[in-house]
Design a protein around this ligand. Structure first.
Ligand SMILES: Nc1ncnc2c1ncn2[C@@H]1O[C@H](COP(=O)(O)OP(=O)(O)O)[C@@H](O)[C@H]1O
Ligand SMILES: O=C(O)C1=C[C@@H](OP(=O)(O)O)[C@@H](O)[C@H](O)C1
Ligand SMILES: [Mg+2]
Length: 346
């Protein structure tokens, strides 16, 4: 089973999931995802409008799809909508992906924060007693699913974010009950890059050494791993001689890696399947060729895969891989700053 690396905030409307979740992610240097925000973006309308036009059931289906995608993330603070607990499937997925933190707020504070709030369709046209009735029906569910309960009443938002971090750290050092989630956060906080090598690259060091150099792929990867560590980047390696496997590997990068360095080997020149996969995942990609593909046979001058890369490095041998890593890191950081690295939005 995969380690739990997400922190999932649950609780009633107005308990602070969205606002405290953002702060928590910022303090941990982690990504933040709000399922309501994703639904809003995808539907191109406010949650209240979705309820009004299509009804609650439609919204709950959208919520279910969004939760599934959120739960596939790693190292993310996930703020849910107050009704996420109504569907056990949602909670099963979220539980597998992270620690569930219930932000508990008093009835008074909830009413104060959400009464008449037009953006919350289940609160906007309801009396205070009707809102509290929904709250009391759900309390049991929040309690059932919570790994950790954080009492928020009378505390300010920042203090609550700090308390969550302390709680998670303490529970790890005391009994390890939830695993080292903060440690996991630090780990996944690092940029993750997949290095993919295509056909015949497994023969490096043996084949055409005058063109490809003396190092084996394993040696190149070891050197690259060392460089990556110095740069604070986590790298995973993959090599295959088969087109389908490379396509699968590229697809598997969705939501798991921040970028790809690829040397597609001879597939460079004709694999539309690899080209389409690179396009589909919408991640930054640097293509590498050890030899100068423009100084060899005519058929090597075309790179169909390179058309979907952010950049191409050719002719610099092993050095090309770490130059690619440097360039990729820069690209990923820029994207992060522009806030476009949510899956589906790249
Ligand atoms: N502990 C708190 N103290 C003061 N205001 C808070 C606190 N938690 C949340 N709020 C405010 O209450 C409102 C609802 O918070 P929000 O984060 O949207 O909650 P949720 O996502 O759980 O519905 C926001 O205006 C937020 O700033
Ligand atoms: O409690 C609920 O059923 C809902 C809560 C809202 O999110 P917040 O809890 O962030 O307000 C939003 O998902 C939708 O309006 C339904
Ligand atoms: Mg919210």
């Amino acid at each position: 089973m995969k380690n739990k690396t997400n922190i999932v905030l649950i609780g009633f409307m107005g308990s602070g999931k969205t606002s405290i979740g953002k702060m928590l992610a910022e303090k941990l240097g982690k990504r933040f995802l709000d399922t309501d925000e994703l639904i809003r973006q995808e539907c191109g309308m406010e949650i209240s409008e979705i309820f009004h036009k299509f009804g609650e059931e439609y919204f709950r289906n959208k919520e279910k799809e969004t939760v599934e995608r959120a739960a596939a993330r790693e190292g993310t603070v996930i703020a849910t909508g107050g009704g996420v607990v109504l569907n056990p499937e949602n909670m099963e997925k979220l539980r597998r992906s992270g620690i569930i933190v219930w932000l508990r707020a008093s009835e008074e504070e909830i009413l104060q924060r959400i009464s008449g709030d037009a953006s919350r369709p289940l609160a906007s046209n309801k009396s205070e007693s009707e809102i509290l009735e929904i709250y009391s029906k759900r309390l049991n569910l929040y309690a059932t699913y919570a790994d950790i309960i954080i009492e928020t009443s009378g505390k300010d938002k920042e203090a609550i974010a700090i308390e969550i971090i302390k709680h998670l750290k303490n529970s790890y050092s005391n009994n390890g009950k939830y695993g080292n989630i903060i440690g996991e956060f630090q780990r996944v906080r690092q940029m993750k890059v997949k290095i993919i090598n295509g056909p015949n690259m497994n023969l490096l060091g043996l084949r055409e050494r005058d063109i490809y150099g003396e190092s084996t792929l394993e040696e190149i990867n070891q050197h690259l791993e060392k460089r990556a560590r110095e740069m604070g980047v986590l790298v995973d390696f993959f090599q295959s001689n088969s087109e389908g496997e490379i396509v699968d590997e590229i697809q598997g990068c969705i939501g798991q890696y921040d970028g790809i360095v690829i040397n597609p080997g001879a597939y460079t020149h004709y694999s539309i399947a690899i080209r389409d996969a690179l396009e589909a995942v919408k991640l930054p990609v640097i293509e590498v060729h050890m030899s100068n593909i423009f100084a060899r046979e005519d058929f090597r001058r075309v790179s169909v895969t390179g058309q979907k890369a952010s950049g191409i490095i050719a002719g610099l041998g092993e050095t090309g891989y770490w130059l690619a890593l440097l360039a990729l890191k820069d690209l990923i950081e820029k994207r992060g700053r522009e806030g476009v690295n949510e899956f589906g939005k790249n």
